[in-house]
Each structure stands twice: as C-alpha cells, then as structure tokens.
Design a binder for this molecule. Structure first.
Ligand code: ADP
Length: 323
C-alpha cells in the first residue's frame, strides 16, 4: 500500500508538489492525470525513492525512504518496477538480455534468470523476438520488453510514466490490456501517470487529478467523472459548447448508465410534463461502467423543476448557457 500524507516538495525554492494526500491500495490500478508540468513524474519519482521530499510522509508498505540509508533504499526499490514513455531499453542488448539485466545486476543464478525471462516473455507475448535487438521492434513491442524487464524482480508495484504517450491508439489499447492482465494475474498495483483521460477511462479504478502540484480531485473514476470538477473540465475541454442549438436553456446532464436511471429522461418528461430537444449526447465506456453526458434544450420557465427533479435523483446537471 502507498500512503502519502501532506507531502511537500520543492526544487530550488519553487514548490512543485503541495500538500499531497493519496492512498493507493494493493492491487489497485491508479491514475495520476494532469497537464504537462503538473508534477506527476515528480510524484512518481518520490514514490519509487528516486527523489526525496521536503515534508509530510510517503510510505510504501510502511517503508519511508526518509528513515533509511541508500543501501536500504536500493533494496526497497526492487519492489517497484517502472516503465517510461521512450522505453529506455539497451539498444546493443537483445530482448533476452534487456529483460535479464535487473536479475543479473542483483546476482541471481543463470538458471533462475533464464526461467523468469522466458516466463515473462511469454506473458508479454514476445517469445519469438527473444534474440532481436530493440531497433528491430515496433514501439508497442519495445514497451512490452520494458514491461517484462520491469517485472523481472517480481515487484509489488508497477509505475508507468506516460507509458502509452508515444504509441498509436491501437497499440495503446493493447498495452493497456496487457497492464490490466498483469494487474490481475500478479495482483500488482499499477500507477499510471498520463495526460490522457482516455487511458484513465479504459483501465483505472481510481484517479487523482493534479493541477499545479496539487491534487484537485480524487476518487473512483466514475465518481470523479460524475462530479465533473472544474479540473476535469479543464483537462477535457468544453467540447459540448459546439453542440448547443439554441432556443431555451441548454443543460448538461451527467450520469452513469444503470438500471435505476436509464429511463430518467422519459420518466422526467412524463412526470413533469415537460418537453425537450436533444442537443447532444456522448456515452463513454469506462473500465466498469458506461458514463454519459446529455445536452438538452428546455423551456426557460421549466428549468427549476427539471433541476430539482434531477437533483432529487442524484443526477448532476448544469446550465450551459442562456440565450
Ligand atoms: P509532469 O510529469 O506533470 O509533466 P513534472 O513532475 O515533470 O510534471 O514537473 C513538475 C514541475 O517540476 C515542472 O515545472 C518542472 O519544470 C519541474 N521540475 C521537474 N524536475 C525538476 C528538476 N530536477 N529540477 C528543477 N525543476 C524540476
């Protein structure tokens, strides 16, 4: 378990991480999302002990790097694997040698190393590339090698720093599916740093949004999406504005598709005897839910009734514009 309390970090007098509070449970897939420069990578480097911090506390399975010497931190870091945007493979070494490297550094026997490397290349489906050099591989294959290498010491946590940002959408999907499989098979916590909400939607259980070094929203992915905090809107942009057709008030309703509310609009129309026109709709598939935003144009004088009806049923809504 990763437990972070009131963590503060600065570089040259400039505060980069402010009052970070975060708990990541064993076996969870956790997204840290935010714009470039928000402090995501710095936070990741604090988690794996590559960077220290100024105040607060950060414990990984009760190990706080502040309480330990360099050698102890080196051993601690065996429990944490990490992958990067540009893979960081050794170009002169083969796929086999790249994956074997951490075990070689730690003095594992040849037999143990050989067994583990072959096992991992099977997991990442690269057995036939075992003797290839990285330059002969596609981006997705390189990331698979990096994932196998990151798992070689049997870590409890896998940190992914923009691991799919250099990949095309289809390859991104296959790497995310692989991360999900690894999470399930080995019960490894996966922490995903990304600027792409689509990555969070696809596989994360929970998410924190970082803005200027602060966590501005946190929780399960569906909760954060449903609450629509301003920081999420900043990340997603306000695409809905283009959907507005005009005539009356335009409201945006955000909801999770479930047995309870998939008839909410028709129920509302009947019970309140209101009409509306549909100005736009967007349904998105998340890891374990379908969440949607619907934009309706309604008569000005009915907006209060409609708002009350939705609020009473726990559905969030907002008026997008007056005209
Ligand atoms: P993100 O991963 O969200 O893009 P980073 O954690 O890389 O953000 O960076 C957060 C801020 O910290 C940026 O303003 C960056 O310039 C600064 N920063 C990161 N690393 C260093 C460093 N080693 N020295 C000084 N400033 C740094």
């Amino acid at each position: 378990m990763i437990e972070i309390h009131n963590l503060q970090k600065s570089y040259n007098g400039v505060t980069i991480l402010k009052d970070i509070n975060l708990t990541i449970q064993d076996g969870e897939i956790y997204g840290l999302v935010g714009r470039s420069g928000a402090g995501k990578s710095t936070l990741l480097r604090c988690i794996n002990g590559l960077e220290s911090y100024d105040s607060g506390s950060l414990k990984v399975d009760r190990f706080d790097i502040k309480q330990h010497n360099e050698n102890e931190i080196r051993h601690f870091r065996k429990n944490i694997g990490m992958i990067f945007q540009h893979f960081s493979l050794m170009e002169r070494k083969t796929v086999y040698q790249n994956v074997a490297l951490p075990m070689k550094c730690w003095g594992y026997s040849r037999t143990d190393t050989d067994k583990r490397v072959r096992e991992l290349l099977k997991v990442v489906e690269l057995e036939e590339k075992i003797n290839d050099k990285p330059r002969m591989l596609s981006g997705g294959q390189k990331q698979r090698v990096a994932i196998a290498r990151a798992l070689s010491l049997n870590p409890k946590i896998l940190l992914c720093d923009e691991a799919t940002s250099a990949l095309d959408p289809k390859t991104t999907q296959s790497i995310l599916a692989l991360l999900e499989k690894i999470n399930k098979t080995f019960h490894i916590a996966v922490v995903i740093v990304t600027h792409q909400m689509s990555v969070v939607r696809k596989i994360c259980h929970k998410v924190s949004i970082l803005e200027n070094g602060k966590i501005s929203a946190s929780g399960t992915v569906s909760k954060v999406f449903l609450e629509q905090p301003q920081s999420l809107k900043n990340l997603l942009g306000e695409e809905e504005d283009e959907l507005i057709l005009g005539g009356g008030k335009t409201i945006k309703i955000t909801y999770a598709e479930s047995g309870d509310n998939n008839r909410i609009l028709s129920d509302m129309a009947r019970e309140l005897n209101v009409g509306f026109s549909l100005s736009g709709a967007k349904l998105e598939r998340y890891r374990d839910a379908v969440l949607g935003a619907i934009v309706l144009t309604v008569d000005d004088e009915r907006i209060a009734d409609i708002g009350q009806y939705l609020t009473e049923r726990g559905v969030s809504w907002e008026v997008l514009s007056n005209d």
